[in-house]
Ligand binder design. Structure first.
Ligand SMILES: O=C(O)CCC(=O)C(=O)O
Ligand SMILES: [Fe+2]
Length: 235
């Protein structure tokens, strides 16, 4: 099935409800093995990338990642384009719950146009690679004034088989409360949707803002690759 049809056929009511309740949604088996393997096989094809980041040089963790160039590989372009319109209404609900006037456009094209007007012109989808001892420090992927509050990550290797450890960690910070960590173990081909910056959470007196950060725990053996889709572009 072409990727747009696959994305359209997911249970978006469940995904929406999980995003609203928990700030993340784990969707099993979105990419097939061949799609994961093609992405990892292209890791060394330097013409696909605009920039390589050695994470320890910036104290971002231990590992490496590469930002794709425009035009993005077809699979990534199609994922970015077909998932965005499903998430824009959720994001707009969040803005409304938080009493913000900001609204996100219905299409990725319009979001990117808005990014471009704010000098955010560079593509943000990326591929990451960690080996034994590697990890990704807790962070948020904000690259300028314009940011969309949700993003995706696809796991490209099989936990328990290709690597051990390397859990995906979400940290939620509520005002005047202690932080909560959520530890997720997506499998190869799974799509994890999560909060980039903040989301509304319902309390006794209405909605309040909770900040989210994400990261990856230590890879204790093997190699773990992942592909991230961020919707806004970077300055
Ligand atoms: O490797 C991961 O699972 C996390 C990658 C990440 O930080 C991202 O996609 O923004
Ligand atoms: Fe990230």
């Amino acid at each position: 099935m072409i990727i747009k049809e696959r994305i359209d056929s997911l249970n978006w009511a469940d995904i929406t409800s999980s995003m609203n309740k928990k700030g993340y949604a784990l969707v099993k088996n979105v990419l097939v093995t061949d799609e994961c393997d093609n992405l990892t096989a292209q890791y060394t094809d330097e013409q696909l990338y605009r920039k390589t980041i050695v994470m320890e040089h910036h104290q971002y963790g231990l590992g490496e990642y590469k930002y794709f160039k425009y035009p993005l590989p077809t699979l990534i372009q199609q994922l970015r384009e077909s998932v965005y319109p499903k998430l824009a209404p959720i994001a707009n609900g969040w803005m409304q719950f938080l009493g913000k006037e900001q609204r996100f456009p219905n299409t990725l094209e319009e979001l990117l146009q808005h990014c471009h007007e704010h000098e955010q012109l560079r593509p943000t989808p990326l591929i990451l690679q960690y080996t034994r001892g590697g990890y990704n420090a807790m962070h948020q992927d904000l690259y300028g004034e314009v940011f969309f509050p949700m993003q995706l990550v696809f796991i490209l290797d099989e936990p328990g088989q290709d690597y051990e450890g390397g859990e995906f960690i979400l940290m939620e910070q509520k005002p005047r409360a202690q932080s909560r960590a959520m530890v997720l173990k997506p499998a190869k081909g799974d799509m994890l949707l999560f909060t980039t910056s903040y989301r509304p959470a319902k309390g006794s007196t209405g909605y309040h803002r909770v900040n989210m950060k994400h990261g990856v725990g230590e890879i204790t053996s093997g190699k773990r690759r992942s592909m991230g889709v961020i919707f806004h572009d970077a300055k």
